[in-house]
Write a protein that binds this ligand. Structure first.
Ligand code: PEP
Length: 251
């Protein structure tokens, strides 16, 4: 049985005091619930250290939204894996579609980032997903296959056990359009099959594959009931404690 993992990607939202409010609200709401899943929050870099302090006695784990693959040096504006570790981060989102499209990250760059994260002891949440045009042209599986194969290039079996994959159809992110449970399940099953062929049945069966794309409290239950959907990567609905809690309760 795979444990469900719910992660909140805050994106470029919440200054320090807004972050303190949201984390405090989540910590207090979660302390009243019997939580049956893993919960991760990914605030912006500027709130990580404070979030870590506020999460000290909580079950909520801390993640970042991005990092650079070099160790240190003349990379103005970038953040390294060891800097994230030093703030208390355990996870890092890599390959988000906004990084791919707005910031031009290629599969090769994402692969380097995944390797660096693993080397530094961070657990990657590796995002893949097709655009609307790709889905409508019938090439969804080809795109997912390329992103998975290139993103995981030269990653060992031991390291693969530490990775979470997030399937996020680009057309469903922040649009209010959710993939139907069947559309999502089909791609999740495809990803699991791919990981089985690249690694082993055991690694594929234990792999956590999250769904992301307009997940909300009222659609979380049906999505999370699919055989190969093991959690959610949540954007908009994680910015309010009540709606994020609704998704956690569904899990
Ligand atoms: C995301 O950004 O990873 C995401 C899934 O966003 P939203 O839930 O807002 O679609």
């Amino acid at each position: 049985m795979r444990r469900k993992v719910i992660a909140g990607n805050w994106k470029m939202n919440n200054d320090l005091s807004e972050s303190q409010n949201l984390i405090s609200h989540l910590v207090s709401s979660l302390s009243k619930e019997k939580v049956n899943c893993d919960v991760i929050v990914c605030p912006p870099f500027t709130s990580l250290s404070e979030a870590n302090s506020l999460l000290k006695n909580s079950v909520i784990k801390l993640g970042a939204q991005n990092m650079y693959f070099e160790e240190s040096g003349a990379f103005t504006g970038e953040i390294s894996a060891s800097m994230l570790k030093s703030t208390g981060c355990e996870y890092v989102i890599l390959g988000h579609s906004e990084r791919r499209t707005i910031f031009g990250e290629t599969d090769q760059v994402i692969n380097k980032k995944i390797k660096k994260a693993l080397q530094s002891g961070l657990l990657p949440i590796f995002c893949v997903g097709e655009t609307l045009q790709e889905r409508e042209s019938g090439v969804t599986n080809d795109i997912i296959k390329r992103q998975v194969v290139e993103g995981l290039k030269d990653i060992s079996s031991d390291d693969m056990k530490k990775i979470i994959v997030a399937y996020e159809p680009v057309w469903a992110i922040g649009t209010g359009k959710t993939a139907t449970p069947q559309q999502a399940e089909d791609v999740h099953a495809f990803i699991r099959g791919l990981v089985k062929s690249l690694y082993s049945n055991e690694i594929a069966e234990n792999l956590i594959i999250q769904y992301g794309g307009s997940v909300k409290p009222d659609n979380a239950n049906v999505l999370l009931s699919q055989a190969d959907i093991d959690g959610a990567l949540v954007g908009g609905a994680c910015l309010k404690a009540d709606s994020f809690m609704g998704i956690i309760k569904a899990a």
